[in-house]
Write a protein that binds this ligand. Structure first.
Ligand code: G
Ligand code: G
Ligand code: MN
Ligand code: NA
Length: 250
């Protein structure tokens, strides 16, 4: 298709970019890391969402090439940051089914010179489910090298609690579906509260996603949620804007 060909060309031309969204300590707003988010604007097609082109690359079998490019760019940007903040990078489900993923990631980090301790990989429950044995192997091997694993979009997948018992994660990212309603919907507040308590008990770090208003941040702080992310703190921005953001925020 036209889209597929355009994406292949963009990867070869190094035209797929990566933006960064801050992740902060909710108690004082201090920046602790950034999530890398792929961005692509095609000359003919205009803006194409990664929600479209990542699944396409998976389906057509070139997610490895795309992801390697993105991780390289993200890691290079992370090296330019004035502080040793963590870099959070999304891993797709196809990558968790591929035993070669561990080596690809570690090789990219080594080439760029980013310490594995600074990398976090965001994976979803659905991705872990599709190929549990391979996924577990990849997670175990990468964690052994210092890479941390976050469970992304927590609360929206299937049998979430079982995943937490059977797999080893370092962090849980509470889906914005709950966070966005936290000040207006009692049920959402209770769910978020329960997730935070559970993560405390399981020794998992926790991040609330999709914080858009100060009131959300205040409520999450009151509930003891340590980290947050969302438009209230900052939108995804390119690497130059991210460096400026870091000069203006501590
Ligand atoms: O930021 P945005 O709404 O455009 O992201 C849409 C979706 O694309 C999200 O689910 C996000 O996790 C995913 N995504 C963004 N960048 C990447 C990437 O580099 N790799 C993978 N696998 N998914 C990504
Ligand atoms: O699936 P994942 O959680 O990786 O994707 C994160 C998505 O959420 C990205 O598309 C990102 O642009 C988007 N996002 C980040 N912060 C906010 C926010 O405060 N509100 C909304 N609606 N989307 C957000
Ligand atoms: Mn994510
Ligand atoms: Na998420």
């Amino acid at each position: 298709t036209q889209l597929e060909q355009a994406l292949r060309n963009a990867i070869i031309a190094d035209a797929v970019d990566v933006h960064f969204q801050p992740i902060v300590r909710i108690s004082d707003g201090g920046v602790v890391g950034f999530e890398a988010l792929a961005r692509w604007i095609d000359a003919d097609l205009g803006f194409v969402s990664p929600a479209v082109f990542v699944p396409l690359a998976e389906e057509r079998g070139f997610i490895d090439a795309l992801s390697e490019t993105l991780l390289r760019k993200a890691a290079e940007a992370a090296l330019s940051w004035p502080r040793e903040l963590f870099l959070s990078f999304n891993l797709s489900s196809a990558q968790l089914m591929d035993p070669g993923t561990t080596e690809t990631i570690l090789a990219t980090l080594a080439r760029v010179g980013l310490d594995p301790y600074r990398l976090e990989l965001e994976i979803t429950e659905t991705a872990v489910m599709t190929s549990a044995d391979t996924a577990q192997r990849i997670i175990t091997d990468l964690r052994q090298q210092g890479v941390r694993i976050s469970l992304d979009d927590f609360g929206t997948g299937q049998s979430s609690l079982g995943r937490l018992r059977d797999f080893t994660f370092d962090k849980v990212k509470i889906d914005r579906a709950f966070v966005s309603r936290i000040t207006t919907d009692r049920a959402s507040e209770h769910i978020v509260k329960a997730i935070i308590a559970m993560c405390d008990g399981l020794n998992l770090a926790v991040v609330a996603e999709g914080i858009e208003e100060k009131a959300d941040a205040d409520k999450l702080n009151e509930l003891g949620c340590a980290m947050g992310q969302g438009y209230y703190y900052g939108r995804p921005a390119d690497s130059a804007a991210t460096l400026r953001y870091l000069q203006e925020h501590y």
